[in-house]
Design a protein around this ligand. Structure first.
Ligand code: SAH
Length: 225
């Protein structure tokens, strides 16, 4: 049974946000190629409707990105599922850094699966909203910080895995340097319209880089707001 199934009606959802709506989304993600049961089960349990504005809640279990304010978006469920799958494919990481908290949904997915998540967001208002959601859902294994995530989180490095959820012009060496040996980084890279999802593994021979898929993310920006 879902971890949240017995909770308040608001968390449980009803109608367009019900468990049935979530189940249908999971079937769709599975039919589109998401294989990892841990990922599918996590998305089945997590109430995505709590990560978006109430006015859009009825669309929470459509497989689509949605606006979250400040010109930013909550990623499409397929993309969240795929990025999580490729991040944990070889080994389940213990400590994960996420760059670009946004709504907090991807972070909550990770926090449901690993021991500790660190997340950095450059827009203060989005971070405050995300923190409220983490508290509401009782996700106690997330540390978050208002900063330019391109710098990573040096005091807590190294990380077993790093996920970047906004697209930079190139891979950030500062982030790669914060990977533990054997660690994995997943990040969209490239200009709008020509972005690719990359996975980099820190091996004894150096960084091994793979291109996984064409994607479309909001830009990774400098500074804080
Ligand atoms: N993971 C988010 C996706 C949000 S979109 C979710 O599940 O909802 C990407 C986010 O990255 C936006 O909130 C944007 O403000 C943030 N971002 C962009 N550049 C950043 C940077 N340099 N440091 C931290 N966050 C950044």
């Amino acid at each position: 049974m879902s971890r949240f199934a017995q909770s308040r009606p608001e968390v449980r959802g009803l109608g367009m946000t019900s468990q049935r709506a979530r189940d249908r989304l999971i079937e769709r993600l599975h039919s589109e190629g998401i294989q990892d049961r841990r990922v599918l089960d996590t998305l089945r349990q997590l109430p995505r409707h709590l990560f978006i504005d109430e006015a859009l809640a009825s669309r929470a279990y459509e497989d689509t990105a949605l606006p979250i304010g400040q010109g930013q978006t909550i990623s499409q469920p397929y993309v969240v599922a795929r990025m999580t799958e490729v991040l944990i494919e070889h080994a389940l990481p213990r400590r994960v850094l996420e760059v670009g908290t946004g709504s907090g949904y991807q972070c909550a997915v990770l926090a449901s699966m690993v021991e500790q998540v660190y997340t950095v967001e450059r827009i203060d208002e989005l971070l405050r909203n995300a923190r409220r959601r983490f508290r509401k859902l009782g996700l106690g294994n997330i540390r978050s910080r208002h900063d330019d995530g391109r710098l990573g989180w040096p005091d807590e490095a190294p990380f077993d895995a790093i996920m970047v959820t906004a697209a930079g012009a190139d891979l950030e060496n500062t982030l790669l340097d914060q990977l533990a040996p054997g660690g994995v980084l997943v990040a969209p890279v490239g200009p709008p319209g020509r972005q690719a999802l990359l996975r980099v593994r820190a091996t004894e021979q150096g960084w091994q880089r793979e291109t996984l898929a064409a994607v479309s993310f909001v830009p990774l920006l400098g500074g804080i707001a």
